[in-house]
Design a protein around this ligand. Structure first.
Ligand code: G3I
Length: 444
């Protein structure tokens, strides 16, 4: 008997059926990057090039996997204001309209940057340059007002190396150190609803450059200069690997009272080592509560700016790479991707059973995939102050927070292909109606 039939037969209201279905759905292990990130309260985005939207595999992959888009080049100054006061938004509009039409959010990239800057800007005198910078910020932001989640207001304004100094640019050289503050104040006035970010590379670990950005953000926060977020580009390769203090660095910025975002992630390499590096980045973001989202710098290796380094999650034929599986799994999704592995798989599905005033029983059904499995494991994450007070049909272990329960079989974990088993747990609500999140099911 279906749920609907059962509800009619028992006289239960349709609302109850809808709620039960929604709860079961939302707690099911997610099977795309975007849905898995959503279950963790984050977005998972990609850089998007307008010129590729007409390629069906590109659009299909983009639409299926991602919940945020960043125009890769289309919002830069050379694209939006190639000649003074002549604004051209065609290509950027294409990306924004596509993304919004798919229910994605959009990161605006970027308003003030020394690169991809038309030559007329560099030729202006100081007063004119100030007017042009503020006019550019205002006009571009007003065009997209209400459509942009976060703007990279200023990009890459600090030098590499040990100096911590500002990079030479028309803005720095003519307007001085105050240009960044001025850009942020102008941006806040143009679209008060957009989050305003400073974005840079080689600031992913603690070093002279990130220390200089840190000092600037700290100063801005203490003086009330409007800044909401810091973007960490995170372009990695063997010469510049994921730093060991990546998470600590994200956390120290978050502790200043800004969101942090991973804005242009790509990691050159392949196979397990690339997959592990990607998983480390995702885990670092998830461990920092103010890390609100991750953007990879392109959908497919085919069109990456570092294509020969194959740094992305889909290969040039849009196949999922091991790095894809690692990211999905680190996000708590159901590692059902391709990219090798194969063999033993399982799914974990949550449903709510009995409920009473201050508690309820949850049930997780483990179902083997297309082949028999001999063992399985999954996680159940609670939102505090909810607490699990009892479990059955499983062998639980807990993380240090006491909110994440890892469940393994209580004895024999063998299941034939397609066969199911289930475990249960009692939750004390402690005033919260949050729904438990079931992570990926891993089988062997
Ligand atoms: O569109 C033209 C095409 O018509 C022409 O035939 C071709 C010939 O070179 O060039 C094409 O434009 C290129 C454009 O990408 C689109 O593919 C430009 O030459 C090329 O310079 C441009 O590179 C972009 C780069 O920024 C420029 O600085 C990359 O796509 C883009 O991924 C990259 O993104 C930057 C971020 O904005 C900031 N952080 C670093 C990141 C990586 O460099």
């Amino acid at each position: 008997m279906s749920l609907t039939h059962l509800a009619r037969a028992t006289g239960a209201g349709l609302l109850a059926v809808t709620a039960l279905t929604a709860a079961a759905h939302s707690a099911q292990a997610a099977d795309t990057l975007g849905s898995a990130a959503t279950a963790k309260g984050r977005y998972f985005g990609t850089a998007v090039a307008a010129g590729h939207l007409g390629e069906s595999a590109y659009a299909t992959t983009l639409n299926r996997e991602f919940t945020s888009a960043t125009p890769e080049n289309e919002m830069k100054w050379d694209a939006t204001e190639p000649n003074r006061n002549t604004f051209t938004f065609g290509a950027a509009d294409q990306v924004v309209n596509h993304a919004l039409g798919q229910g994605m959010t959009v990161r605006g990239h970027t308003l003030v940057w020394h690169s991809q800057l038309p030559s007329w800007v560099g030729g202006l005198g100081t007063a004119d340059l100030r007017t042009a910078m503020n006019n550019h910020i205002t006009r571009v932001m007003q065009h997209y007002k209400g459509k942009i989640h976060s703007w990279d207001v200023v990009n890459e304004a600090f030098q590499d190396g040990g100096s911590g100094a500002r990079r030479s640019s028309p803005f720095q050289d003519k307007l001085g150190n105050g240009f960044i503050e001025e850009a942020f104040r102008t941006a806040r006035a143009a679209d008060p609803a957009a989050k305003l970010c400073y974005n840079d590379y080689n600031t992913d670990g603690v070093n002279a450059k990130s220390n200089a950005v840190y000092a600037m953000v700290k100063d801005f926060k203490s003086r009330g200069v409007p800044i909401d977020c810091v973007g960490f580009q995170s372009h990695f390769n063997s010469a510049s690997p994921v730093p060991s203090d990546y998470q600590a660095n994200l956390q120290r910025f978050a502790d200043l009272g800004v969101d942090v975002q991973i804005t242009e992630l790509d990691i050159e390499g392949s196979g397990t080592s690339q997959a592990n590096s990607y998983a480390n980045v995702v885990r670092a973001c998830l461990a920092v509560s103010r890390c609100t989202g991750i953007t990879v710098w392109g959908v497919t290796d085919k069109y990456s700016w570092r294509s020969s380094g194959t740094p992305l999650l889909f290969d040039s034929n849009y196949n999922k790479k091991p790095a894809y599986d690692a990211v999905l799994s680190a996000l708590g999704g159901s590692g059902s991707g391709g990219g090798g592995g194969g063999g033993a798989t399982c799914t974990a599905t949550y449903s709510k059973a009995e409920e009473w005033g201050d508690g309820y029983n949850g049930r997780v059904t483990i179902t083997a995939g297309g082949s028999a499995i001999s063992n399985w494991t999954t996680t159940v994450t609670l939102t505090p102050p909810q607490k699990i007070s009892a479990t059955w049909n499983g062998s639980p272990t807990w993380d240090s927070s006491g909110n994440v329960m890892t469940m393994r079989p209580n004895g024999n974990g063998s299941l034939a292909a397609g066969a199911s088993t289930s475990f249960g747990f009692t939750v004390m609500k402690n005033g919260s109606n949050a729904v438990p999140v079931v992570g990926a099911c891993t089988a062997s």
